[in-house]
Design a protein around this ligand. Structure first.
Ligand SMILES: Cc1ncc(COP(=O)(O)O)c(C=O)c1O
Length: 483
């Protein structure tokens, strides 16, 4: 390439583009409503142009972030007071007591012996990015440098950094494919999605066996000595919409990991930290619904409700097996982020988690969330565009399609069913998350993940507004010829 060395005499600036927003994210051709406050399960939004304010029932708490609801004075005070009790520490030189205390709290509130250490970052994507590197170094510590492959599933979401997009499989990952980790390092196995992929008449047991057989074949094809980890969302959220794993599936994956010396890695960024753990369990992890402590993950990522929307924090929980290899090996973790395990974030998250525990909110959301699921089932069972209602605890989804036409029941992408439902629900006074592409690049579903504080009256209102929105959409789709 030749470079023109002619001096540039006058460079006139481009005429200014229309100023729409000073923040370059999501929608950039207009300003979205601003979230300006909230009280309990309600969010207050302000129209960016008119300044008009509305109070919206927060059925989704952003991206399943909210546990304490909004405007909780105690939470605000706990967070505010945390500033005074911390000092910045940079991990190569110092640690801090607050990170230690948060790690201890999370480990103490997990089944004994499962996790032994932790690392805190700013987002779920960063958590997955770091967990991948921790797994890679784990195998280096054991002198197994060929273990470089990360198997995840054919439809999944693990974040938006390049590493986490590489283990993801969704429309966004597809767009950026050319700049991600090579496909050879990130093989994909079947998504576990019985509603769509279990054959007619096939039992759950046989479907699970099929998934595990295919996974084992993939491990063997790739070469077990090259596979580092199998990565799964315990309860997939935005990708396919809260599909609970059928009995035997997660334990089966665990067995394959044991058999081939592969790290069993669960992503609970969206479904974990209190959103969907069984009340009989230790109080934090969704996998406690499906796995015994002996079958627990070797490494796990967490986020969202850890800070409950009051602060930015996510993390990696590290199992004994992994920690031991480091202790017996180099005794160091390579790399650092400037703000990793930040003292303020860790203390504020600890205070928030202690407060959630003190109020018994993870038990409340499990009960109220399941009640919401039962009521949604009941209210939507005859709706012509609802094909499935599923979830557990505080995380539920509704899948849309042409009910009664099982072989061709998916709406075309251009009908934008889920996105229009999200917009319409907002107009009706409810936040939901609409998503497309969960089934063979098409398909529509919406998710609900309210704050842990919801009461039965909130559940009834969520169900009423959801039903109204979905009923109205069915009428519109019929008028447009999609039904
Ligand atoms: C399962 C899962 N993992 C990782 C992430 C990424 O988290 P973050 O958006 O905080 O980077 C998300 C976000 O929705 C998620 O749902």
């Amino acid at each position: 390439m030749s470079i023109d060395s002619t001096p540039q005499t006058s460079v006139s600036p481009e005429p200014p583009t229309k100023q729409t927003s000073y923040v370059f994210q999501s929608t950039v051709n207009k300003q979205l409503p601003h979230a300006v406050g909230g009280d309990g399960c309600y969010l207050i939004v302000e129209d960016a142009e008119t300044g008009e304010r509305r109070r919206i029932l927060d059925g989704m708490t952003g991206a399943a972030v909210g546990a304490l609801g909004w405007g909780d004075e105690t939470a605000i005070e706990l967070v505010a007071n945390s500033v005074r009790e911390c000092h910045y520490s940079y991990s190569p030189y110092h640690c801090n007591k607050n990170a230690e205390a948060l790690g201890k709290f999370l480990i103490d509130n997990s089944p004994p012996g499962v996790f032994t250490s932790s690392l805190f970052l700013g987002s779920g994507s960063e958590a997955n990015e770091n967990a991948m590197k921790l797994v890679k170094q784990y195998f280096l510590e054991r002198n197994l440098p060929k273990k470089n492959k990360f198997i995840s599933r054919s439809t999944c979401y693990h974040g938006f950094t390049l590493g986490s997009l590489s283990i993801g499989a969704n429309s966004r990952a597809k767009l950026f494919q050319d700049i991600l980790l090579p496909k050879e390092l990130t093989p994909k196995t079947d998504v576990c999605y019985p509603f769509r992929y279990k054959q007619k008449g096939q039992s759950d047991e046989s479907y699970v066996e099929q998934l595990l057989d295919n996974l084992e074949s993939l491990i063997l094809k790739e070469g077990p000595d090259t596979v580092a980890a199998i990565i799964l969302e315990t309860l997939p959220g935005s990708s396919i919409g809260t599909v609970p794993p059928p009995a035997g599936y997660l334990p089966g994956v665990r067995r394959l990991c044991n058999k081939y010396d592969i790290v069993f890695y669960l992503d609970e960024v969206m479904c974990g930290t209190g959103r969907a753990n069984p009340p009989s369990g230790y109080g934090l992890h969704c996998w406690e619904n499906y796995l015994s402590p002996q079958e627990a993950p070797d490494i796990q990522t967490i986020g969202k409700t850890l800070g409950s929307g009051y602060i930015t924090i996510a993390g990696v929980l590290i199992g004994n097996k992994i920690q031991k290899a480091y202790l017996e090996g180099s005794g160091t973790v390579i790399g650092a982020h400037t703000y990793a395990s930040h003292s303020f974030n860790c203390l504020a998250a600890l205070k928030i988690q202690q407060y959630i525990k003190q109020l018994g909110l993870t038990k409340n959301i499990f009960k109220m969330g399941n009640l919401m699921g039962t009521k949604l089932h009941q209210a939507l069972k005859d709706n012509p565009i609802v094909v499935d209602v599923r979830g557990i605890g505080g995380f539920w989804s509704i899948e849309f399609g042409k009910n009664g036409t099982p072989d061709n029941d998916v709406f075309p992408l251009e009908a934008k069913v889920a996105l229009r439902i999200q917009a319409q629900a907002f107009q009706n006074g409810l936040t939901v998350m609409g998503a497309q592409g969960g089934f063979n690049q098409v398909g529509d579903h919406m998710c609900l993940a309210p704050a842990f504080i919801i009461q039965e009256s909130d559940v009834d209102e969520i169900v009423r507004l959801t039903t109204k929105t979905v009923n109205d959409m069915a009428v519109q789709l019929k008028a447009e010829g999609y039904l």
